[in-house]
Design a protein. Structure first.
Length: 256
């Protein structure tokens, strides 16, 4: 045993050095699946050896890292599976004044530079009312843009007009605005990779929530993801299972 431990330490230090190099490379290429796979293999190696030698703390830490990387790889695999058709469909189903759908457009452009060659449908909907026109106008007060918009996004994608901020036309046109009342029959929609249904179901009765979630389930691709608001309970429909990505929680159709 005494001879194995020094060998384990040398091997683990080499693996950690490789992990550091992969992390630096990942900062430059955050969507590089080969880097994620390399990191996953490195952490799994450390975890397996730690467990076999009875080192519980390193095994526990690497288990958390392995789980996180597995989730990240799952997301990358979704993009890889769409690589042939180069089609991605996202629906912000309760878009309010439009911040959500436009934020999706900005983050996709910033964080996924390989996607401009894809057909990205960024669908955005509201029930009939004044918010439909507000979302299409894409003009916001200083208070509204201060709620989560990075300063770099303001400079890059907005133009100051008096006391308000106007979203640039090229970004405003990335969202397809529609009128959809979730509690009523929906218009034709494509099968969706991501559905954002945040902070809207809390206003519905249980009687209304159940058929809405049933329609969401039919509209979501089998490997797609549903995002709900923090106060929304998903267990009204047992067909969904919870998935954790770091601090974010989403849901997918339960796998049999």
């Amino acid at each position: 045993m005494s001879g194995i431990i020094p060998e384990f330490l040398v091997e683990s230090n080499e693996n950690l050095d490789q992990l550091d190099r992969d992390l630096v490379a990942l900062e430059k290429e955050p969507t590089a699946r080969d880097l994620l796979a390399s990191m996953f293999r490195t952490i799994r190696t450390i975890k397996g050896t730690s467990r076999s030698l009875g080192f519980s703390k390193p095994a526990a830490v690497t288990h958390v890292g392995e789980s996180l990387l597995s989730r990240l790889l799952d997301g990358q695999m979704l993009l890889a599976r769409r690589g042939g058709e180069k089609q991605l469909n996202i629906w912000c189903a309760a878009n309010s004044a439009g911040q959500e759908s436009y934020s999706v457009g900005m983050f996709v452009r910033e964080d996924f530079p390989s996607l401009p060659g894809w057909n990205l449908r960024n669908l955005a909907s509201n029930p009939p009312g004044e918010m439909v026109a507000r979302a299409r106008e894409a003009r916001y007060t200083q208070f509204e843009v201060n709620r989560g918009s990075p300063a770099t996004f303001l400079v890059k994608y907005f133009r100051k007009q008096g006391c308000e901020w106007q979203l640039a036309d090229d970004m405003r046109h990335t969202a397809e605005s529609q009128v959809v009342n979730l509690a009523e029959p929906w218009p034709p929609l494509p099968l969706l990779d991501f559905i954002l249904l945040r902070n809207v179901l809390i206003y519905f009765s249980v009687k209304t929530k159940k058929p809405v979630l049933a329609k969401v389930r039919r509209q979501l691709k089998t490997d797609g993801y549903l995002f709900l608001g923090a106060g929304t309970t998903y267990n009204l429909d047992e067909s969904f299972e919870r998935v954790q990505f770091e601090r974010a929680t989403c849901y997918r159709v339960r796998r049999s």
